[in-house]
Design a binder for this molecule. Structure first.
Ligand SMILES: Nc1ncnc2c1ncn2[C@@H]1O[C@H](COP(=O)(O)OP(=O)(O)O)[C@@H](O)[C@H]1O
Ligand SMILES: [Mg+2]
Length: 222
């Protein structure tokens, strides 16, 4: 199981030296928690997720990953955290078109030089009920299936946190429910902390905590 806490302390993000997007966001995500961050388009959800995922840096404030200040880690240490500790799912699946479902999910395991790659991929495809699509290419499967492949790929190296940015907004309602269930299953089966950002999704009783980003600040609740 994972014991990985994400702590955000008084985070600020300003673009072009003047456009303030985040104005003092503080948030603690406990290990194995599932949270939903809502907020209108432009409220800073992607910015916040990118900072948590160590692909962007704050203007001010800190982000502690398991107690380590991300700003004090070397590029090498950050790359390792991104590969092993953090999985990301985007709005559009970002799968590699020329690779099969199986090989897409295997790829992060190859990067990490993992030895149990094939078993892990089979287990993930089974968990998300896409094992029968293993040899298909992304173009040959549905949008909901592609997002489940993206979830499986994000979980390949058994990360401690799974970040999802508008993961269902390109899907119809049925697929939206299926993909939402897949995130909850990732949390249940693998103990992964799940952080979902969405402008429209309402997971009501399914997540541990709901937050909303408004005017550059974060509030608990709707
Ligand atoms: N690289 C960037 N440079 C300048 N402005 C940006 C950049 N990225 C995002 N923004 C602006 O920051 C605001 C918040 O964007 P974003 O975090 O994508 O919001 P959300 O994901 O909630 O829609 C938007 O007004 C957007 O135009
Ligand atoms: Mg966004």
């Amino acid at each position: 199981m994972h014991a990985f806490t994400v702590k955000i302390l008084d985070l600020w993000k300003t673009y072009d030296g003047q456009r303030q997007i985040l104005n003092g966001v503080s948030l603690t995500v406990e290990p194995e928690e599932t949270i939903l961050i809502r907020g209108r388009s432009g409220s800073g959800k992607t910015t916040l997720l990118s900072i948590i995922g160590c692909i962007d840096t704050p203007t001010k404030g800190s982000i502690l990953l398991n107690g380590y200040d991300a700003s004090k880690l070397s590029q090498k240490e950050l790359a390792k955290i991104r590969l092993k500790r953090i999985g990301i799912v985007f709005q559009s699946h970002n799968l590699i078109h020329d690779l099969t479902v199986f090989d897409n999910v295997l790829l992060p395991l190859k990067f990490a030089k993992s030895k149990d790659g094939v078993d892990r991929v089979n287990k993930l495809l089974e968990t998300f009920e896409i094992l029968d699509l293993a040899h298909n290419k992304p173009a040959e499967i549905s949008g909901g299936e592609r997002q489940r492949v993206a979830i499986a790929r994000a979980l390949a190296n058994n990360p401690s946190i799974l970040l999802a940015d508008e993961p269902t907004s390109a899907l119809d309602m049925d697929n939206c429910n299926i993909v939402t269930q897949a995130f909850l299953k990732a949390n249940r089966e693998f103990g992964t902390t799940v952080i979902i950002a969405s402008h429209d999704l309402d997971l009501d009783n399914h997540v541990h905590t709901k937050y909303v980003l408004r005017d550059g600040q974060i509030f608990e609740g709707d």
